[in-house]
Design a protein around this ligand. Structure first.
Ligand code: NAD
Ligand code: MG
Length: 298
């Protein structure tokens, strides 16, 4: 293993108000094709050793929020296993090279979370690759915008629930078997759990389920010394959005309705995960950190 290191020259986080051009990608979208490119903290995030020696599995770690979390975790000293769909390999390879520059171990565990065989093995495979597991970040998600319930197929509802919440049950169950005292599980919910957009009916319902699941799992896991919490992002510029996550014509205005008047960048969400994963959050259990640029929230 190489020496753990921080980037020599850091640049500020991109806090510009972006107006992405109308664009569409097939699902899953790729970060490499996003216009404009998103900021995952490649040039800005500086670690302070807060996750030294920890081992983390991040689902959807190839792109968007998951990629920013992976970079932050690596620069905080954690070894990381990235789970993602095989079609996203190019994004995963790009992010992995940033993690390797931080001098940590990186493992690739591609597969489809709808495949029960894959998802039942994933946590154990991550633990065997990393020599144990301390942190599970349940971050993979599927979001397809559909105007009305009449147009929303049962197949889509099933797929959205499968990826967003059913897989979370399976991965968390396995994680309870391998994560020891002092470990953490962090679930990605959404502002949609509390303030749903009508065109994201199935997606928003899964996010409400995730928020609820986080609380009951947190209570179960607390007695084992495992802390379970959630992060609820607002509008963040990631490949989820132009791959049918929003109506195409809504993209130029994406996030402009927040109190800050702009979408967030993935790097702006990552510190919430670092906090919840680290011992700084030793008394934080069953909570949700809202990172949304200001919007009505519980
Ligand atoms: P993203 O597209 O970069 O990440 C989603 C990831 O989910 C993909 O990279 C993919 O690896 C994974 N995924 C999707 N379907 C899968 C499947 N069948 N099997 C395995 N993996 C699969 O987009 P993102 O916005 O970074 O999304 C990450 C999480 O953040 C999601 O849970 C999303 O719901 C949540 N979120 C995003 C926003 C936002 O505005 N971008 C807001 C709130 C919550
Ligand atoms: Mg991706």
């Amino acid at each position: 293993m190489t020496e753990k290191s921080q980037p020599e020259h850091t640049e500020p986080v991109n806090k510009e108000r972006i107006s992405p051009p109308e664009q569409r990608q097939p699902e899953p979208g790729l970060d490499s094709k996003l216009k404009p490119q998103a900021d995952h903290g490649e040039r800005s995030y500086q670690g302070r050793g807060r996750l030294e020696g920890k081992r983390a599995l991040i689902t959807g770690g190839d792109s968007g929020i998951g990629a920013a979390v992976a970079i932050a975790f690596a620069r905080e000293g954690a070894d990381v296993a990235l789970a993602y769909l095989p079609a996203e390999k190019s994004d995963a390879v790009t992010i992995a090279s940033v993690l390797e520059d931080a001098g940590v171990q990186v493992h690739h565990l591609p597969g489809d979370l709808r495949d029960r065989e894959y998802r039942d093995k994933l946590v154990h495979e991550a633990a065997s690759a990393l020599g144990g597991l301390d942190i599970l970040v349940n971050n993979a998600g599927k979001q397809i915008s559909v105007d009305s319930l009449e147009e929303l197929s049962d197949d889509q509802v099933e797929a959205t629930f499968d990826v967003n919440i059913f897989a979370m049950f399976a991965l968390s169950r396995a994680a309870l078997q391998v994560i020891g005292e002092g470990g953490a599980i962090i679930n990605t919910t959404s502002i949609q759990a509390f303030d749903p957009s009508a065109h994201l009916m199935d997606y928003a319902a899964t996010k409400a389920a995730i928020s609820n699941f986080t609380k009951s799992l947190a209570e179960q896991a607390a007695s084992r010394g495992i802390r379970v919490n959630a992060v609820a992002p607002g509008p963040i510029w990631t490949p989820l959005q132009p791959s049918d996550g929003q109506p195409i014509e809504a993209l130029p205005e994406f996030g402009h309705d927040t109190w800050l008047g702009r979408a967030g960048q993935p790097v702006e969400v990552a510190p919430a995960y670092v906090f919840l994963a680290s011992d700084d959050a030793s008394y934080v259990v069953g909570s949700t950190v809202h990172v949304n640029g200001g919007k009505n929230q519980p």
